[in-house]
Design a protein around this ligand. Structure first.
Ligand SMILES: Cc1ncc(COP(=O)(O)O)c(C=O)c1O
Length: 420
């Protein structure tokens, strides 16, 4: 093991980044974990800690973007996977672990009668939106400004609107260069938690809307929970105009053993799941009542939405997911809430001791650091200037000084793309 530590020029991470730069654009595969001047490379993980290739051990507050609810290499998951690997990793035929995970998830929330798996949350969002289009025969979707739902073009619209282009009512702004006009015109953007404005905008498009997709606590603006009034309006208006109400619980399923929908009494038509339900392996799913999930059923001829995928419901993911969920009881979710409260209180105290001009937001086991102190209620109130983003990157020096989070750099890179 080299004595040099990241980010020193002779560290193992630097050597790996030099190799990576020869064979990958920007030397990386995923943009979100990027950090200057080059990434720390993970060597191994155990529980809440990751040890990098230079031997430095850090507390991991991101856990592969909130997908590892029990941390790294949980012994029960490792043992079950080792056994399944020897039996086979992927089959054309369905398997028992697929049935078992489906039963486990369907038992978790009142509205889950049937479930269909996919390989990622993005794919599941796409699947739910296509399902809504097949059910309604309409093409437009409604989403809230600045909310991340993965990488399906329609779901990405308005993800990084800025004061230069966001207008009075939220505009349909393409996320990447070259987003087709057809994609933009098929997305209606509403302000999160603004009941009157959102209802007005939805009703102006009422006959064309296939789906309204809502995240009950969007990560990009600090996990602000959806208000009861907003979610009730979405439920009522979806029914009134004949659109499908999709709840994106890709991250928030962790806030209760039955997800945010159980904790906040939300009644969506379809729910998108991913992350923790795969126990550390790639996964996604759409769940809901038979009335809506019928769209996938092939038993009376070609289904309205045929759906497949080479690695969908592979027995490795299914086995890991079942154990992860069995271990994630309501008591465990409650314990995570307490840990989250402790972390947010500790950070708030550290910020105050240091006269730091920022704040920590979030609830349950989710938190976000902002480099400003404005009250965050939606994308616009959370929006940070480049200067404010610098405070977010600076925060790890502060918490290191307090010894609060050790060198928990992972979390702070979460917002890094906003500074690009
Ligand atoms: C709310 C939400 N929806 C969808 C996705 C996409 O999931 P995946 O990264 O598995 O494609 C994410 C990913 O972070 C997410 O946070």
């Amino acid at each position: 093991m080299s004595a040099a530590k990241w980010p020193e020029a002779h560290s193992q991470s630097k050597a790996l980044y030099d190799r990576a730069s020869q064979v990958m654009p920007g030397g990386i595969t995923r943009i979100l974990p990027w950090q200057e001047p080059f990434p720390v490379y993970a060597g191994s993980g155990s529980g809440a800690y990751v040890t990098d290739v230079d031997g430095t051990r850090r507390l991991d507050l991101l856990n592969n973007f909130a997908s590892l609810i029990h941390g790294h290499a949980h012994p029960a998951i490792v043992a079950a996977i080792q056994e399944q690997v020897t039996k086979g990793t992927a089959f054309t035929l369905p398997t028992e672990p697929e049935v078992a995970l489906a039963e486990t998830i369907c038992a978790r929330a009142e509205g889950f009668e049937w479930i269909r798996f996919s390989n990622s949350g993005s794919e599941a969002v796409m699947c739910a939106i296509k399902a809504a289009r097949a059910i309604t025969g309409r093409s437009k979707i409604v989403k809230a400004e600045g909310v991340y739902h993965g990488s399906y073009d329609y779901a990405e619209v308005s993800l990084d609107s800025s004061p230069e282009n966001w207008g009075d009512d939220p505009q349909s702004i393409g996320y990447s260069k070259g987003t087709p006009e057809g994609v933009k015109s098929d997305v209606v953007v509403i302000p999160f938690n603004d009941v009157d404005a959102a209802e007005r905008i939805i009703l102006a498009n009422r006959d064309a809307i296939a789906a309204i997709i809502i995240d009950p606590a969007p990560s990009y603006f600090g996990f602000v929970p959806v208000s009861q009034a907003f979610v009730e309006m979405i439920r009522r208006v979806s029914t009134e105009i004949g659109a499908v109400f999709i709840l994106d619980e890709v991250i928030t399923f962790r806030v209760h053993s039955g997800g945010a929908q159980t904790r906040f009494n939300i009644k969506p038509d379809l729910t998108v799941l991913a992350k923790i339900i795969g126990g550390g392996f790639p996964v996604g799913a759409v769940a809901g009542s038979r009335k809506f999930m019928q769209v996938f059923d092939h038993r009376e001829g070609k289904p309205l939405l045929p759906w497949s995928g080479t690695f969908t419901a592979n027995p490795i993911t299914m086995t890991a997911g079942k154990i992860a969920l069995d271990l994630y009881t309501q008591a465990e979710s409650d314990r995570m809430d307490v840990l989250g409260d402790r972390l947010r209180a500790g950070l708030t105290q550290a910020f105050s001791n240091a006269d730091y001009p920022g704040q920590v937001t979030g609830f349950s086991s989710m938190f976000m650091v902002f480099g400003h102190q404005r009250e965050v209620q939606d994308y616009r109130s959370g929006y940070s200037s480049k200067e404010e983003m610098k405070w977010v990157t600076a925060v790890d020096e502060l918490v290191n000084a307090d010894g609060l989070l050790e060198r928990a750099r992972c979390h702070y890179s979460f917002r890094a793309p906003k500074t690009f």
